[in-house]
Write a protein that binds this ligand. Sequence first.
Ligand SMILES: Nc1ncnc2c1ncn2[C@@H]1O[C@H](COP(=O)(O)OP(=O)(O)O)[C@@H](O)[C@H]1O
Ligand SMILES: [Mg+2]
Length: 282
Amino acid sequence: MRLKLQDLTRQFGKKTAVDAVSVDIPSGQMVGVIGRSGAGKSTLLRMINRLADPTAGSIHFGDVEVSGLRGSALRHWRRDCAMIFQQFNLVPRLDVMTNVLLGRLDHRSTLSSLLNLFTREERLMAIAALERLGIEQTALQAAGTLSGGQQQRVAIARALMQRPKMLLADEPIASLDPLNAKIVMDSLRDINRNEGITVLTNLHTLDTARSYCERIIGMSQGRVVFDGTPDELTSDAIHSIYGVEHASQFDETMTSTAISTSGATEMSADPHPAGNLSLAPA
Ligand SMILES: Nc1ncnc2c1ncn2[C@@H]1O[C@H](COP(=O)(O)OP(=O)(O)O)[C@@H](O)[C@H]1O
Ligand SMILES: [Mg+2]
């Protein structure tokens, strides 16, 4: 199913954070959204997930008009488009397993949730998700004691428990060191490729967007000023995204997390080759 944004706009007082954005994202794409701080990237993602409501315009997923959803339909939508944040948003004192199981909350009755009655299938599903991300050995640790990279992988495992159709990630690697950034981006790419889940991720680094995303959307002052493949991202396009006034001093390495594609690859040789997620219950 396609995600279709049409003239999507959000104002905060007089400030137009997102300005008439129209994009059409087919199912299964891996899309990076880039732009300066304040360009409107987070607001765009938050509107898709309905954490923020549009001032104008529409969001369609297939035939469903997302901006009109209420109640249980809205909860279903939020389940379908799982969101990952820069700061992970785990419950630090709870163990990793419980944090991951919390991704099932919206699939179950309030009573069984309150009683903490996760089923055997759900527990197996959580273990499979942790294995998939290579962090099953952390299952019983308090989430807050893990490294940032591990915490972000827990957050991705939790998102997978929602069986989402789409993953929205708001600068998922902005707090991570280069090696962990690579592991997290590799995980998102694996999920995109193997499960066919659409990934829409805001990225503050150009080189990450270039190496991981088949499509890059560049935003400036709330507008889409570039929409194309990494190959089409010429220096002119980069200047239109990051601002012509800095054209002369613009240096692509300034937006770099310096993810090394040589050394880091060897270090993180994937001990968990991406198989199909055998997360049984739907
Ligand atoms: N809740 C809010 N209230 C007022 N202004 C906001 C709010 N959220 C975002 N903005 C403004 O909207 C613009 C876009 O912000 P944001 O979407 O966070 O950009 P980005 O994620 O690209 O840094 C900024 O000027 C920001 O200050
Ligand atoms: Mg942001």
